[in-house]
Ligand binder design. Structure first.
Ligand SMILES: [Zn+2]
Length: 273
């Protein structure tokens, strides 16, 4: 389970995202948080979604210590609500794309898996990823509520996974998720994810693990930005020197880093060495 209101709100502020884009980002960040709870050996989990909808490419990343960040191509997308009054996340993300997960482990091993987008509402896509790519039959419920003031008011999600041999139970759980009725509204009303889990599982006593905090936090800095520049071809660096230096903008947090021509020349000197 993940309660991600603060993370989703921070993502919305960082990207100045419209309600539907904020909901898409919140759901994807929640998915990354849920996946990272599954893969304790992963130093980084990255989910990339690239449907053909107006939002464009979207990425959410979870790093160890509960640190999350995201990027989105077109955060200002605005679409009419669906007929059931919900934000049209699926339409904003679009179809004909992939839900791609990359897992970097502490020993630098990298694992990748991907599935075709199912509904592009993110929750179903994550369930499909678990079931097909990780071979774990799973039921997923994700929700982000955006208030009348256009800001994220609640965000969170639950995933229930079947142990080997109990796959048929997952269908029943998924059915109960559908009766859970707007997880985001329940969270906004102050119900905890623990309460929702008890409702869905209804198995009497559950054993709870200690919660771990989640943060929206980037990892960019000046040194990393310079490393990215140093990977450019020599001619391009020479062009940037002629242009009186360069400004690097982080797609995840919009921080800017400026590099003077002298610093660029040092890059070329180092490359020559
Ligand atoms: Zn950044």
């Amino acid at each position: 389970m993940a309660q991600t209101r603060n993370v989703a709100l921070e993502a919305q502020k960082v990207h100045q995202a419209s309600p539907v884009a904020a909901a898409a980002l919140g759901r994807l960040l929640t998915s990354a948080a849920l996946l990272s709870a599954d893969f304790k050996n992963a130093a980084r989990i990255r989910i990339e979604v690239d449907g053909d909808g107006p939002i464009g490419r979207m990425v959410a990343e979870a790093r160890s210590g509960g640190k999350l960040r995201s990027m989105i191509k077109n955060p200002q997308v605005s679409l009419p609500l669906r007929s059931d009054g919900k934000l049209a996340v699926g339409r904003a993300v679009g179809q004909n794309g992939l839900f791609k997960v990359t897992r970097e482990e502490y020993d630098d091993a990298i694992y990748q898996g991907q599935v075709e987008l199912v509904s592009s509402e993110i929750g179903q896509d994550l369930a499909q990823y678990y079931t097909l790519s990780e071979q774990i039959p799973s039921a997923v419920a994700l929700g982000v509520l955006v208030g009348r003031d256009s800001w994220v008011q609640a965000s969170g999600g639950l995933v229930v996974q079947a142990l080997p041999g109990s796959g048929e139970y997952i269908g029943a759980v998924a059915d109960r998720f559908s009766t859970l009725n707007h997880i985001s509204h329940r969270l906004a009303e102050g119900d905890s994810v623990e309460l929702l889990a008890e409702e869905v599982l209804s198995m009497g006593s559950l054993r709870w693990f200690d919660p771990e905090p989640l943060f929206y936090q980037c990892e960019c800095n000046r040194t990393r930005s310079l490393e990215i520049l140093s990977s450019l071809p020599r001619e391009e660096i020479e062009e940037l020197i002629k242009d009186q230096g360069v400004e690097v903008v982080c797609h995840y947090c919009h921080a800017t880093y400026q590099f003077a021509p002298t610093e660029m020349e040092q890059l070329l000197d180092r490359a020559a060495d």
